[in-house]
Ligand binder design. Structure first.
Ligand code: PSV
Ligand code: MN
Length: 396
């Protein structure tokens, strides 16, 4: 037995519990403002998106829940949808609200100056809470497009006050539904607003959720920071404060690119997961763990293999993060040995765990190579033949 294998066996039990939530919208068409490409086999219905998500789970054992986005996943029978998902071996996860595609929200939603529009946005969140009751979902995720394009356009301070008031109304309703439910508030530094955004950074999200109560947490989307931001520092800080609720994983080269997690910068994903492990983030969510989710778009690549690649990337980097020799690292840090500390850190990053993970999967009745197994399974050919006609799902 190689020492890499025996070290892997020590961390393997933690990998058993790794669960990554996939987004329903990753299976629909997406694109840029220049073009949305359609692809054969793209789901036309929420059920078909869930079937694709369940396929990712079947080949990887890593993706037991699928997030919904309302109204993209509007349905007339959420309890039935829940049974449909469970029959396929997955559960419905986070419910994402959407206040960025309605004309009424041109100047804001939860922050709008007009009480009628604020109430409309609050009512939309109440509707999301009703969906959650039927689906059994734990988390309500709020990302707001609210912001302004020009200096002077809005009263930045008053918008924070209105935001706090609107969020409190939503939060109070959420808490009344049962204590296992959580509200996660996602931040993003710009886009679609270009001058100021009402929840631009982790600090603002933290301030807002801390004022709500302990079931309100921050959601960290890895694509929502200025280039060069030290994201792992934010992870460490939020875990320290007990307020890192969830991740929206993806990767980026320039802005909010929503590319496959770990594709643009695998080392950054490793550094983030090192802090997740360090801060206890891999524990079950009720025990202080963080929900790991993907928020990605597969604009030009095949969607299901794109999702399989994504969850495997998270699993691989989690394994490497778990392999970090924490005792050696702590000793080097204590001794002020800069180079030894860095070498210990890099050793873990450079450890190739792919052979061990392949064997580990096989032991559990999963394909050693989920990418190859999916491509050989005939699922893609079947959905391309079956899903003819209708309207392919997208951001509508
Ligand atoms: C906003 O850019 C965001 O990251 C939010 O999570 C949205 O709900 C999601 O993208 C839609 O893809
Ligand atoms: Mn996101």
């Amino acid at each position: 037995m190689t020492s890499a294998t025996s070290r892997f066996e020590q961390v393997a039990p933690v990998l058993e519990t790794l669960a990554i939530e996939v987004p329903s919208w990753a299976y629909g068409n997406s694109g840029t403002r220049f073009k949305v490409f359609g692809t054969p086999g793209t789901p036309r219905t929420v059920e078909e998106k869930i079937a694709d998500a369940a396929t990712v789970h079947r080949f990887t054992g890593l993706a037991p829940t699928v997030a919904l986005h309302i109204p993209w996943d509007l349905h007339d029978d959420y309890a039935g949808l829940r049974r449909y998902a469970e029959d396929l071996g997955v559960q419905l996860g986070t419910v994402n609200s959407n206040t960025f595609q309605d004309d009424d929200y041109r100047l804001g939603a939860l922050t709008h100056t007009d009480p009628r529009i604020r109430q409309k946005a609050i009512d939309h969140h109440f509707e999301c809470l009703e969906v959650m009751e039927a689906t059994g979902s734990r988390d309500l995720k709020i990302w707001l497009a609210d912001g302004t394009n020009y200096p002077g356009q809005g009263d930045i301070r008053a918008r924070q006050d209105r935001l706090a008031e609107s969020l409190a109304t939503v939060y109070d309703r959420l808490v009344s539904l049962g204590e296992e439910r959580r509200l996660v508030l996602e931040y993003k530094f710009f886009e679609p607003a270009f001058y100021h955004t009402d929840v631009p950074d982790w600090g603002t999200s933290y301030v807002q959720v801390a004022a709500l109560g302990e079931r309100a947490m921050v959601c960290l989307d890895t694509g929502h920071h200025a280039p060069g931001t030290n994201i792992e520092f934010i992870v460490a800080q939020l875990l320290r404060l007990g307020r890192l609720g969830s991740f929206d994983f993806n990767s980026r080269f320039y802005a909010d690119d929503d590319l496959i997690v770990g594709a643009a910068d695998p080392f950054q994903l490793f550094r983030i997961l090192v802090e997740v492990v360090r801060g206890g983030g891999l524990r079950p969510v009720p025990d202080g763990g963080v929900a790991l989710m993907l928020d990605q778009c597969h604009n030009i690549e095949a969607k299901i293999p794109g999702q399989i690649r994504s969850v495997l990337n998270v699993q691989e980097m989690t394994a490497r993060a778990l392999l970090l020799d924490r005792a050696a690292l702590a000793a080097a840090q204590e001794a002020g040995d800069v180079l030894a500390a860095n070498a210990t850190f890099m050793d873990a990053f450079y450890t190739d765990v792919r052979p061990q993970l392949a064997a580990w999967r096989e032991e559990r009745g999963l394909p050693a190579d989920p990418m190859r197994a999916y491509l050989a399974s005939g699922y893609q050919e079947k959905i391309e033949a079956d899903r003819v006609g209708g309207t392919q799902a997208g951001w509508n």
